[in-house]
Design a protein around this ligand. Structure first.
Ligand SMILES: [Zn+2]
Length: 442
């Protein structure tokens, strides 16, 4: 058994995001790449914390982000002086630079340098809220402005310039995304924007009406207790891969309640979204389907394609959504019908984003399959008990064990004895007798 670490969902999201953004960045220096990989690993560590120092944390996320931002801007300014856009600068004392003497190309970057070297601008109160704080965004936009200008300035850029552009681009995208993650996560936590908050059930794909579990997995009345326990056990016993998949779904959905997402996969990148859109890595199949849904008309041809795909991808729950194909007039309508009580019973989910729908179907299908397996196991146990009970009428316990082995129902694993098996059967039959007597008394 590996030791279970307490992993923070915000940390997982940021780590996934960093991995995604640095993928295939051939131009950035190995040093920067290493430091970003370290940052990503730190986000998955049990000592991860945004700003509060824990006993075993040397640097918090904010400390590490500060180092990344300051260091990358300094490095870029050094490149600026090397290509003759500014004089050589001394960064040792972290003093503000007066941009008045410098060319337009470097002005915006100097503004952002002056902002980000100021310790006061790294207090957590500035980073965990979107309220009244346009300073961070505008200073990050200065970085974006800078590389756009450089790109225009050099029509035939050499490798050095390309590295400069790439690193500034990375700095801008990563910092603005991490800032968004921290601030949205914090607002969700504090319920300051309750009207837009959504919570994904801890044990399934459904959106909760209130609290942390959906109405199916709530415990508020005893009739539901069994469903609650079944749902919880099903989830807790699922594979780590599934739990990770569910965690990504839960985190991203809760962070992107406004559906402002763009997808990346081997199939391509959705690039018609603003920088605020959360980039999500997915597989080619889902990406292709989302693009198909968005670009094509929901007619019989497309319905046929999706009937085929959904049956193949979600065989365990397909029967629940199948009737909705023929009566839907659009894909939005199809989702709406599929979330109704008689289909997937996810009535509080108002998103019509096909990507979230595919994710929900994946989770629903997996859980249904697991539940079928458990049901099958239960039936096998019930059949076994009935068999033992029948045999007991004419056989001794020793004979039952012999016949079970002979018929291929029972195997002695290493360390198991016939005596042990006999006593198990004895217990089962005793339990069945008790149940029988108590049911006769009723
Ligand atoms: Zn649930």
């Amino acid at each position: 058994m590996t030791e279970k670490k307490k992993i923070n969902s915000l940390g997982v999201t940021i780590s996934n995001h960093i991995d995604l953004i640095i993928e295939n960045r051939d131009l950035i220096t190995p040093e920067l790449l290493d430091s970003l990989r370290n940052l990503s690993n730190y986000c998955l560590d049990s000592s991860f914390t945004v700003s509060q120092k824990k006993r075993n944390t040397k640097n918090t996320l904010i400390d590490r982000l500060k180092y990344f931002v300051q260091h990358t801007i300094e490095k870029s300014l050094i490149s600026f002086s090397e290509i003759g856009l500014i004089e050589e600068l001394d960064f040792k004392e972290k003093k503000p630079i007066y941009p008045i003497n410098y060319a337009k190309e470097s002005e915006a970057l100097i503004f952002s340098y002056n902002y980000f070297i100021n310790e006061e601008n790294w207090v957590i109160e500035k980073w965990n809220t979107h309220k009244n704080n346009n300073e961070i965004i505008s200073n990050l936009k200065n970085i974006e402005k800078t590389y756009n200008k450089i790109e225009k300035l050099f029509s035939n850029p050499d490798k050095k310039i390309n590295i400069l552009i790439e690193e500034l681009n990375l700095l801008y995208i990563l910092t603005i995304d991490i800032y968004n993650y921290i601030s949205i996560y914090n607002s969700n936590k504090n319920k300051k924007i309750s009207s837009t908050i959504i919570n994904v059930c801890e044990y399934c794909f459904r959106i909760c009406n209130t609290g942390k579990t959906c109405k199916i997995h709530k415990t508020y009345n005893s009739e539901k207790m069994e469903e609650y326990l079944n749902g919880r056990n099903l989830f807790l016993e699922s594979s780590d891969d599934f739990k990770n998949f569910h965690n990504i779904y839960k985190t991203f959905r809760e962070l992107t309640y406004d559906n402002n997402i763009s997808l990346m996969s081997n199939y391509g990148i959705d690039d018609d979204f603003g920088p605020e859109a959360k980039k999500i890595h997915t597989n080619e199949v889902f990406h292709r389907m989302v693009i198909n849904i968005k670009k094509r008309i929901w007619n019989n041809d497309l319905k046929k394609i999706f009937q085929h795909d959904f049956l193949r991808l979600f065989p365990n729950i397909y029967h629940l959504i199948e009737p909705n194909f023929s009566c839907s007039v659009s894909f939005d309508h199809f989702i709406e019908l599929s979330y109704q009580e008689k289909s997937l019973n996810n009535i509080y989910d108002t998103s019509k984003h096909p990507f979230w729908f595919l994710y929900a179907l994946t989770i629903a299908d997996y859980l249904e399959n697991e539940s079928k397996k458990i049901e099958q196991k239960k039936n096998e146990i019930a059949a076994r008990d009935v068999r033992y009970f029948g045999k007991k009428k004419t056989m001794t316990y020793k004979q039952i064990v012999d016949s079970e082995i002979e018929e291929g129902f029972l195997f002695l694993k290493e360390g198991e004895t016939r005596k042990g098996k006999e006593s198990n059967i004895k217990k089962i039959i005793k339990k069945m007798h008790n149940e029988l007597t108590s049911s006769l008394k009723l």
